[in-house]
Structure formats: structure tokens, C-alpha cells
Design a protein around this ligand. Structure first.
Ligand code: CP
Length: 308
């Protein structure tokens, strides 16, 4: 089966069949990664890949870079601080300039919601959204779903409790859309000031009390308070947030005994998650990073016309 898309901007309009297709292809790549057998799959040697990041990143940028290199692409990293963006060049002109040099595929992260779609509409190159404002982070959600599928064997009927600042978190938005359409039970937990009514319409059920929300949970997905994206005063302090919503060993006891804990990272240890949980036996935080490489390999492979 071929995947007939030029770009991946978000998961809102991606069907469950397409999501399964991506996860199945990623499963094949994960096996290659675990077996350290990626050399034979370097199939796109004449293609150019640019990570076009206007915001900070560790996992997503390096993961895209490694994924693209594993597939044999030439990879170039763009940083807004050291390019002509610092002289005032627009996003449009930057993309058209790189396109004129022969870039085939962009992974873009930008602070403006809608920027990935805007670029996709103005370049014949493929565009992968690596996070646009507070809109979507589709590759993060795909690796989250891959991790849940790998640990639980299914997505349908799995109770996933997302705990944190939903309104300012693009991973939460992508996950709420995607997990709901994959049949998971999505519970949104956090301070009411960080979960707007518009947000709960996406498919999740709001439960304000964390211990109530965690009852019978199969998966706890916690994420940090996005202080850099919110106006002041939505939560009194990180200490208070931690007291009411932080995931610690005591709170894990409300969930199922085999609950798994996910975090997209970066983690603020001691705030939304304790070190005991982050490094404990329920945590899949670092397995998610490996899965991110496999998922991003699958996406690059499929967008460039690879067949499953
Ligand atoms: N999860 C995530 O997007 O991490 P980075 O910001 O480090 O890419």
C-alpha cells in the first residue's frame, strides 16, 4: 500500500486506517533499529532533508535527523539564530530559498499555529509538522500511540489519562484527536483554567480531580506546564500544580497495576512527575524516544513513496 499524502500537518484529518498503516511501517523500522540493522534500508540517497526549527528542540530535531540519515537522505539542520532569519528574512523566503537549492522534505517547528500548513501550501517539497504553535505535534502523537500499542497490544478501549496544561500543549491536542478516533478512552485532567470547553469538544472527557481521573487508567500521559506559552496567573505556582496534579508513586496506585507512564519530555522532575516515577518500572519515557526514530523513519519513507 502507498500513502497518498504530500505532507503531514496534523492528525485531525488522518483516518484510523492511515494511522495503523504508519504504525505498522514503524514497527518494521523499530525491529531494524533494535537489531541495529538499518544500513540495508538506506533507500533515498539522492533526497535532501532539512530540519527547519524556529523553536528549541532536543528529541524531535535529533530524531528527525537520525531517522532521515538511517534512510540515506542528505540532512541539513537550520537554526533561526544563525541564518538570515536574524536579519529579518521571512519564513516564506527562507523556504523558497531552500527549495531552490533542491530540498525535497522539510520538518518544520514554528511558534505560529498554522505555519506548517502555510509552508505546505507554498512549496512542492514534502512538509512534516514538528510542532506549530499550540496547534498540533502529529509525530509526537504517533510515537505516543506506537508506544501504547507496543505496551498494551491495542489502542481500542485503552484508558489514557492526559494530565497537564492542555490548552497550550500541541501534543495533547494531537493525542486527543487521534486516540479518540482510534477507540481509546481519553480523559483530560488538569486545572480547569488550562482545559477550555473548546478543548473538551475534541473528543476527551474532562475530570478535574487527578485521583478520580487515574482510576483504572491503562496509560498516564503527563506533560509539563508550558509557562513560556501562557499568560500569567493560570496556575498559582508550579509547587501548587505539583501538589494537585504531579504524578508520584502514591498516585500511581489509583491506576491499574500494569499502568504505563508516558511523558513527551522535556520533563521538569519534581513538578509534573517525580524522579521515582520517571525512572521507575512503569515509565516508558526513554523507550518513547527510540520509538520516535522508528515513527519518523516511517513517515519520511511513506511520504517519499515507500511501500509497506
Ligand atoms: N517532545 C518534544 O517535542 O521534545 P523536544 O521539544 O525536545 O523536541
Amino acid at each position: 500500500m502507498k500513502w497518498e499524502r504530500k505532507d503531514l500537518i496534523g492528525l485531525e484529518d488522518v483516518s484510523p486506517e492511515e494511522i495503523w498503516h504508519i504504525l505498522e511501517v514503524a514497527k518494521g523500522f523499530k525491529k531494524k533499529l533494535v537489531e541495529k540493522d538499518v544500513k540495508k534500508i538506506a533507500t533515498f540517497e539522492n533526497k535532501n532533508f532539512v530540519t527547519l526549527f524556529y523553536q528549541a528542540s532536543t528529541r524531535t530535531r535529533f530524531s528527525f535527523e537520525i531517522a532521515a540519515k538511517n534512510l540515506g537522505l542528505n540532512v541539513m539542520n537550520f537554526s533561526s539564530a544563525t541564518t538570515s532569519v536574524s536579519k529579518g528574512e521571512s519564513l516564506y523566503d527562507t523556504v523558497k530559498t531552500l527549495e531552490a537549492m533542491g530540498v525535497d522534505i522539510f520538518a518544520i517547528r514554528h511558534g505560529m499555529s498554522g505555519s506548517a500548513r502555510y509552508i505546505a501550501e507554498h512549496t512542492p517539497a514534502h512538509v512534516l509538522n514538528a510542532g506549530d504553535g499550540v496547534h498540533e505535534h502529529p509525530t509526537q502523537s504517533l510515537l505516543d500511540m506506537f508506544t501504547i500499542w507496543e505496551s498494551k497490544g491495542k489502542l481500542d478501549g485503552v484508558k489514557v489519562v492526559l494530565v497537564g496544561d492542555h490548552d497550550h500543549n500541541r501534543s495533547s491536542r494531537s493525542n486527543t484527536w487521534a486516540l479518540s478516533k482510534m477507540g481509546a478512552e481519553v480523559v483530560l485532567c488538569g486545572p480547569r483554567t488550562l482545559v477550555s470547553d473548546e478543548y473538551t469538544d475534541l473528543g476527551g472527557r474532562f475530570v478535574g480531580d487527578v485521583e478520580e481521573a487515574l482510576k483504572e487508567a491503562d496509560v498516564i500521559y503527563t506533560f509539563r506546564i508550558q509557562q513560556e506559552r501562557q499568560e500569567p496567573g493560570l496556575v498559582p505556582s508550579l509547587g501548587e500544580y505539583s501538589r494537585f496534579y504531579g504524578i508520584n508513586e502514591e498516585r500511581l496506585r489509583f491506576a491499574k497495576p500494569d499502568v504505563v507512564v508516558l511523558h513527551p519530555a522535556p520533563m521538569i522532575r519534581g513538578s509534573e512527575i517525580t524522579s521515582a516515577v520517571a525512572d521507575g518500572s512503569h515509565s516508558l519515557v526513554f523507550e518513547m524516544v527510540t520509538n520516535g526514530v522508528a515513527v519518523r523513519m516511517a513517515l519520511i519513507y511513506l511520504l517519499l513513496g515507500g511501500e509497506s
